[in-house]
Design a protein around this ligand. Structure first.
Ligand SMILES: [Zn+2]
Length: 186
């Protein structure tokens, strides 16, 4: 199964997430927002250095991006990749995740033209609503199956509940599953 962390990087929460993943010797996938990659390049470098996979999550988390013109979508995704590659010139960016999961055919086609496969999720504990670590923990452990892709967030608001839940779910997840980053290249 795979853990994915969206909307970062964030200087308060991403380092905590990375430390917990390191402690349990697991890798994950980080769907980063371009303007955050530009603001915190050292966090992008740490994500890659520790063996995690990068995913483009648009420049500024535009949930309506999929309904904009192909040219606008292309420039948004390219600007995001450029910001990521400014931090990690050699790291592949093989995935795109549409903000809000609001996919359209055109956003998927533009992502594919830029070499990125579309990445959705199968388990969503709605951690962005800040339901608290207990509820995030319960939802993840209840819903996860082999092959699951779990949606979590390391930015976009207070994410301490997500960080605390991560520490609580990993002993169980690592005993039941292989917990791995998605392939970094496709
Ligand atoms: Zn997001």
């Amino acid at each position: 199964m795979a853990l994915t962390f969206d909307d970062g990087p964030n200087p308060d929460y991403t380092p905590q997430v990375l430390a917990i993943l390191r402690e349990y010797h697991v890798t994950a996938t980080f769907c980063v927002v371009g303007q955050n990659a530009e603001a915190y390049p050292w966090l992008i470098q740490q994500i890659v250095a520790e063996g995690h996979t990068l995913c483009n999550h648009s420049w500024d988390h535009d949930m309506a991006l999929g309904s904009r013109s192909p040219a606008r979508i292309h420039s948004d995704l390219l600007r995001t990749n450029t910001a990521i590659q400014a931090a990690v010139p050699d790291a592949p960016i093989a995935w795109y995740r549409q903000p809000g999961g609001q996919w359209t055919r055109s956003v998927m086609a533009v992502a594919e033209n830029l070499g990125m496969a579309s990445l959705h999720w199968t388990v969503d504990p709605s951690d962005w609503r800040t339901p608290g670590a207990d509820r995030i923990t319960t939802r993840v452990l209840h819903d996860v199956q082999p092959g699951s892709i779990v949606l979590l967030h390391d930015a976009g608001g207070s994410r301490q509940g997500t960080v605390d839940a991560l520490r609580r779910v990993l002993p169980d997840l690592t005993s039941r599953f292989h917990v791995n980053a998605l392939p970094s290249a496709n």
